[in-house]
Design a protein around this ligand. Structure first.
Ligand code: HEC
Length: 401
């Protein structure tokens, strides 16, 4: 096994690359959506130009025109935008391997959810990405694909079903990241299998002076609209791995649903704004998205405080004993867990003082959610979680002896 320090460097490098590629991809796609929607027609434009847009940036003016047929002469240099998307996927899948496949026992598998071994977990993961794309692609190509609303509704339900399925196979964190990765894979596959190939045919047709078949543009437009609305939700899914209230939830499919709705609504605001919309067209999105956010925060991530009967209340010695059996294999100066070489995040839990120091985080990771013990490797019971939570909430009394 590679030294843990090198593994961390590997992860950091790929995270860096993933972020850079993702920013480049999303940035250029947001720009082109804006550009498309900001095009205005006028009589002064050359033939073949559908509309133009004036932009100012970095001290210069840009005059962008969109040709819907080939210009009289093809430019010598034509810029394509595709490597941003491909590298986002390549770096993302690399991260999946480094974090979730390599560390499957810790981050992907939860034996209480499903008793998988590493190879089974990896096989299901890769299979799910392939099946996810094939089902989505067939839905788009089927007669339902002609009806944009019906298709979006079915794709939405499909994503929720996948989320529900993943939560019954993987740990909470593993499940949530899989929903994001499955949707992200669909988005990149849209670029790779539909948008770019169709564009190539269109360009060839235009150069040859043929009228390109309408379906080429329609199909590409359908896929890029889906990508447009899925961008913001996927981003949240990708950055949530350190927020157990998001992924460590019995109903995380419901969290996924709300995140997609909220992200989609906010995208709609920008789409409408870029297209020159005003007034009521722009008034509803932020308040409605905010209302859904409140629903998500207050009702879905909310946890009932469990009252522990006086007889069952724990004393600090009991707490120390629980933490010693359930946590210190990883959270100690000298760890004993074979996958963990250093106390994660510097969190050591060997004394009451240390437990007190991290009590707020422990509450969040172990009581309000089941994020810790990682993958519940040490088999902490519900009763222990409740007792621990109750002790923290009672102000962590330490008995003298
Ligand atoms: C199998 C190893 C393992 C066990 C057992 C374990 N943890 Fe962790 N813990 C981790 C890892 C790995 C991380 C870092 C997680 C990450 O990077 O998202 C972590 C992170 C944490 C954090 C820091 C979170 C933050 O926001 O920085 C806290 C607090 C924590 N664990 C508490 C506990 C408690 C309490 C227990 C016992 C009930 C426990 N852990 C058991 C591996 C473990």
């Amino acid at each position: 096994m590679i030294d843990i320090a090198y593994a961390d460097w590997l992860e950091l490098m790929f995270r860096w690359l993933h972020l850079i590629a993702g920013i480049a991809w999303i940035g250029s796609s947001f720009y082109f959506i804006f550009l498309d929607l900001s095009l205005r027609n006028s009589d002064a434009l050359p033939t073949g130009v559908k509309g133009a847009s004036w932009n100012v940036h970095g001290g210069g003016f840009y005059f962008m025109q969109k040709y819907t047929v080939a210009p009289d002469t093809m430019p010598e240099e034509l810029h394509w935008f595709k490597w941003e998307a491909y590298f986002t996927w390549i770096s993302g899948f690399s991260l999946m391997i480094i974090i979730y496949y390599w560390g499957a026992e810790s981050f992907l598998i939860d034996k209480e959810v499903m008793d998988l071994n590493q190879w089974q977990a990896i096989g299901i993961s890769i299979g799910a990405f392939i099946v996810g794309w094939v089902v989505y692609d067939q839905l788009c190509k089927s007669p339902i694909g002609k009806n944009a609303i019906a298709l979006s509704a079915i794709v939405f339900v499909m994503i929720l079903l996948a989320a529900y399925g993943f939560t019954h196979v993987y740990s909470g964190r593993g499940a949530f990241v899989h929903v994001g990765a499955m949707v992200g894979t669909i988005m990149v596959a849209n670029v790779f299998f539909v948008i770019i190939p169709n564009q190539k045919v269109v360009v060839a047709d235009l150069i040859a002076g043929r009228e390109p078949a309408a379906y080429l543009g329609d199909d590409a437009k359908q896929r890029s609209t889906h990508n447009n609305y899925l961008t913001l939700p996927v981003l949240l899914m990708m950055i949530s791995s350190h927020f157990p209230m998001v992924f460590s939830n019995k109903h995380s499919w419901l969290v996924v649903a709300l995140v997609i709705i909220i992200g989609g609504i906010i995208r709609d605001y920008y789409n409408a704004k870029n297209a020159g919309g005003s007034g009521n067209r722009l008034k509803w999105q932020w308040p409605v998205a905010a209302a859904f956010m409140v629903v998500l925060i207050v009702f879905i991530s909310y946890r009932e405080d469990v009252k522990v009967a006086e007889d069952d209340q724990l004393e600090s010695n009991d707490v120390l004993a629980i933490v010693q059996t359930r946590c210190v294999s990883c959270h100690a100066a000298k760890t004993t867990d074979e996958d963990i070489e250093e106390a994660p995040g510097g969190v050591k839990l060997e004394t009451i003082a240390e437990i007190k120091k991290y009590s707020a985080k422990i509450l969040k990771q172990t009581v309000l959610t089941n994020a810790m013990p990682l993958a519940n490797k040490t088999k902490m019971t519900k009763k222990e979680r409740q007792g621990l939570g109750d002790w923290i909430r009672r102000g962590m009394p330490v008995e003298e002896d």
